[in-house]
Write a protein that binds this ligand. Structure first.
Ligand code: HPA
Length: 291
């Protein structure tokens, strides 16, 4: 088993992901996955609602996976048939605030893409900046602001076989998948998600700045995975549960437990939307593993 960490100099993170993908394929016994679903804070029960049964795959057993230290993020995955497609559901994710590099953060997603996934559904919790949003709302990510000053594509050579890092993000949040989600749940609105590094929460001045910059929501995840997925040609859907008013927009403070509880309250709605979108995917959306 190789011991270098993802993204360390002299190693190719795409080759590492292919290696981890082969191991994941071996452990699941499933030749190809079509759709990756990543569950955010407090949304672990969505896996069960989607049909997860039995022992999960231990993601930390796969090469180059970092330790999952985020509260409520378990390094577990299930392979679940939904409709005509095979979903890989991860019950947790990695974050930049865990002290990881962007390459380490997106290694699970790149690994899933190496098993064949062509569609990626990312879920997360977020704080509300827009006064139109309330705790418990589920919204689609329509666009984002990457305020982390970094990218998982940093350092990828312009001529890399995986594709140019100068990838067009104009449609990173797939209009087609957003339309499918709205068909499933017409109450879904589309919001702009600001990705901040964390782990500290925002100051009142930062929230005013984010609002002025056009952000409706703020969170500490999801955007690196979306960028890495789009770079490899996958279609991406993002869904956020509003778990709290952003710090500085309300006199009330909140804890991580409040965030997880609010997200858990939306698990059934999130699972229904995910299932419906996945069931509407034509098998041609998932033509198989990339070479
Ligand atoms: N700020 C940043 N990230 C978050 C928040 C927040 O208020 N809520 C959930 N994730």
């Amino acid at each position: 088993m190789p011991t270098t960490s993802a993204g360390s100099r002299g190693t190719d993170p795409f080759e590492q992901a292919r290696h981890a993908g082969r191991e994941l394929t071996r452990l699941t016994g499933v030749a190809r996955h079509d759709v990756l679903v990543v569950l955010g804070t407090g949304l672990g029960r969505v896996a069960t609602l989607l049909g997860a049964e039995g022992q999960p795959i231990d993601l930390t057993a796969l090469p180059w996976f970092a330790r999952f230290t985020g509260v409520g993020h378990r390094p577990e995955a299930w392979s679940i048939p939904i409709g005509g497609v095979q979903a890989l559901v991860m019950a947790g994710r990695l974050h930049l605030y865990e002290g990881l590099t962007p390459v380490e953060v997106v290694h699970p997603v790149r690994t899933a893409l190496a098993t064949g996934c062509r569609t990626v559904i990312l879920t997360c919790s977020a704080g509300a900046i827009s006064p139109d949003l309330s705790v418990g709302d589920v919204v689609l990510i329509g666009d984002h602001l990457n305020l982390t000053a970094t990218s998982p594509l940093s350092g990828v050579p312009a001529e890399h076989a995986a594709g140019t890092p100068f990838v067009d993000l104009g449609d990173v949040w797939s209009p087609r998948l957003r339309a499918l989600a709205r068909e499933a749940d017409p109450r879904l609105s589309e919001q702009v998600y600001a990705h901040v590094l964390g782990p500290n929460l925002e100051t009142p001045a930062e929230i005013r700045m984010l609002a002025a910059a056009g952000a409706d929501l703020v969170g500490m995840s999801t955007v690196p995975e979306a960028i890495a997925s789009r770079h490899l040609g996958a279609e991406v859907l993002g869904m956020a549960v509003v778990t709290n008013p952003a710090a500085g927009t309300s006199a009330q403070s909140f804890s991580l437990d409040d965030v997880a509880d609010a997200a858990a309250g939306a698990a059934e709605r999130v699972a229904r939307i995910v299932r419906s979108v996945v069931e509407q995917l034509d098998p041609v959306d998932a033509p198989g593993a990339r070479p």
